[in-house]
Design a binder for this molecule. Structure first.
Ligand code: DON
Length: 319
């Protein structure tokens, strides 16, 4: 019944309800034109502020789409959760827990002072410091081997071969002084083994991988279904790893706004500065949203509004 669904324990919503909820979410969120497209990575400023797409991927691989779900954009910070899952799958959760942690910093995604206040501990894998440390810990023998693990791993989450947008990669590489400082600072605390700038380069490439809203939905649905991609049927990571990655998202997926997000939406989610948000309904499916204008914490305005509407309409809140 209705109450069970509101508590997040209901059955998986049927296709017609999903389509109706998606249409409602799209119409409501579309009217909002607050927020600003990110421009600290120069090329991101060229994004179409009106582009807006939503996609739900169900556990049986069915997709529901509305709007611009096939416009490619760089995945940016959303890559962090999938690389973290790949790392935990490869080396186990304990070592990753010791080095990068699972607590929210309460600070912005690119905060330097948060690192200093915690004696070089990045606190969690979703802020830039923790993500760079995560990428640095991948078990490849060389930088290129680590990049290969990232590219093939994220492609398996998406169910297709993801490629780097070279312009985005070059634009960020030329302007990422702050991330260089973060990588060097982590290295000074002994939190990165090997060349910190080589790890940063893999991180910058991973952020430049092109996805669309449909890819985000499938990637989210893979986390929702214990690590098996519902479209390809391939196991990407273990079920235990998915549980851990989703717990980290619940605490830190939307940076210093993670509490408000969980309070409002009640599901793990991850945002990126190009305007994507992936939301995961465990056991049910994934939602991919794309709309470039961001709020002051770097989270898509329309993506948040649409996700809140959709999850309420479908009774997906876990609590
Ligand atoms: O490292 C950076 O700053 C970007 N490559 C990614 C940041 C990001 O997506 C933050 N999200 N809202």
């Amino acid at each position: 019944g209705d109450i069970a669904q509101r508590a997040g324990t209901g059955s998986i919503p049927d296709s017609d309800r999903i389509d109706a909820a998606l249409a409602g979410a799209y119409e409501r969120a579309r009217r909002h034109d607050e927020g600003a497209v990110a421009d600290y990575i120069p090329i991101l400023a060229r994004a179409d502020a009106h582009a807006f797409g939503l996609c739900v991927a169900q556990g049986d691989g069915r997709l529901h789409e509305v709007g611009d779900t096939r416009i490619p954009f760089s995945i940016q910070s959303i890559s962090k959760v999938f690389v973290y899952a790949l790392l935990c799958d490869a080396i186990g959760r304990q070592r990753a827990l010791e080095v990068v942690g699972v607590n929210n910093t309460g600070s912005a995604f690119n905060s330097v002072i948060a690192i200093e206040l915690n004696r070089g501990h990045p606190m969690n894998p979703m802020v830039n410091a923790g993500a760079i440390a995560t990428t640095a810990m991948l078990p490849g023998a060389t930088t290129e081997a680590n990049w290969h693990l990232v590219q093939t791993g994220l492609s398996r989450f998406a169910g297709r071969d993801l490629i780097v947008d070279d312009e985005v990669y070059r634009s960020e590489s030329a302007t990422n002084e702050r991330n260089r400082a973060i990588a060097e600072l982590l290295s000074s605390y002994g939190r990165i083994e090997g060349d910190p700038l080589a790890a940063l380069d893999v991180y910058t490439r991973q952020c430049s991988l092109l996805v669309d809203a449909r890819d985000l939905a499938v990637m989210g649905a893979t986390l929702a279904h214990g690590g098996v991609n519902p479209v390809t049927g391939e196991r990407v990571v273990s079920a235990d790893v998915c549980r851990d990655a989703l717990a980290v998202l619940a605490a830190s997926g939307l940076y210093e706004r993670s509490g408000e997000w969980l309070f409002d939406i009640g599901l793990p989610g991850k945002s990126g500065v190009s305007g994507g948000i992936v939301t995961v309904a465990p056991g049910k499916g994934g939602l991919g949203a794309y709309s470039p204008p961001l709020d002051s914490a770097g989270n898509s305005v329309r993506g948040q509004i649409a996700t809140a509407y959709l999850t309420r309409a479908l009774g997906l809140n876990l609590f």
